[in-house]
Design a protein around this ligand. Structure first.
Ligand code: G6P
Ligand code: MG
Length: 215
């Protein structure tokens, strides 16, 4: 790869820990529907779109309902989730993120967001990083969910950088696969015992410096 020319970041679990807010909202919905939704179940929803997440949740609860009813439940969950993220601030930015973004700015390396979340703009505004990103690709503009590479290819296109010169940071298995399908160098963020298929692994971005990406 030589020196990477652009970086693509997933949002949830890489820039900010929203998994806990998603979990609380999904658990409340499950409780209303009469079944338990555990933290282990929540792992299956990482990187998965809102509707696909709901389908997994309903499958766990053994519930079969119409598409219309599903839309209403997804909207209800999102309402609660949005209330939680409206309380977020910069203190919820994950370790190492701000320092690494500053390093990229100093080096003149552009970076984009590549997230499945339709709430990504709101979250970035809450943590005051919206204007820091050179491009934002989120759940409002993509049509194919990770592991499809669309989200990252679109990010590379907006930054006008060849996919092979891009590095992806991802905490979800589906996201690691999306990055590899896009032909990019992928760094898995989180537990290396759970994640597979990435080119490198870090616990969080405090373990990351640009020099580590220069091959
Ligand atoms: C990210 C999260 C998922 C979430 C998805 C959609 O990929 O990791 O857990 O389901 O975004 O989020 P949204 O904010 O659009 O419901
Ligand atoms: Mg994620």
């Amino acid at each position: 790869m030589g020196e990477p020319k652009a970086i693509l970041f997933d949002l949830d679990g890489v820039i900010v820990d929203t998994a806990k807010h998603h979990f609380i909202a999904w658990r409340a919905l499950a409780a209303e529907l009469g079944f338990e939704f555990t933290e282990a179940d929540n792992e299956r929803l990482k990187g998965v779109s809102r509707m696909d997440s709901l389908n997994i949740l309903l499958e766990i609860g053994g519930i079969n309902i119409s598409e219309e009813k599903k839309k209403a439940l997804a909207a209800k969950k999102n309402e609660q989730y949005v209330k939680a993220i409206q309380q977020m601030d910069r203190s919820e930015i994950l370790p190492g993120v701000e320092r690494f973004l500053t390093e990229l700015k100093e080096k003149g390396v552009p970076f984009a967001l590549g997230s499945a979340s339709k709430n990504a703009p709101l979250i970035l505004k809450q943590i005051d990083l919206y204007d820091t990103f050179d491009a934002i690709v989120d759940g409002n503009v993509i049509s194919k969910a990770k592991p499809d590479p669309e989200v990252f290819l679109k990010g590379a296109e907006l930054l006008k950088i060849d996919p092979k010169d891009c590095v992806v940071f991802e905490d979800a298995q589906a996201g690691i696969e999306a990055g590899k399908h896009a032909g990019m160098y992928v760094v898995g963020v989180g537990d290396a015992d759970i994640l597979t298929g990435a080119d490198d692994y870090i616990q969080d971005l405090s373990d990351m410096h640009f020099s580590r990406l220069v091959k």
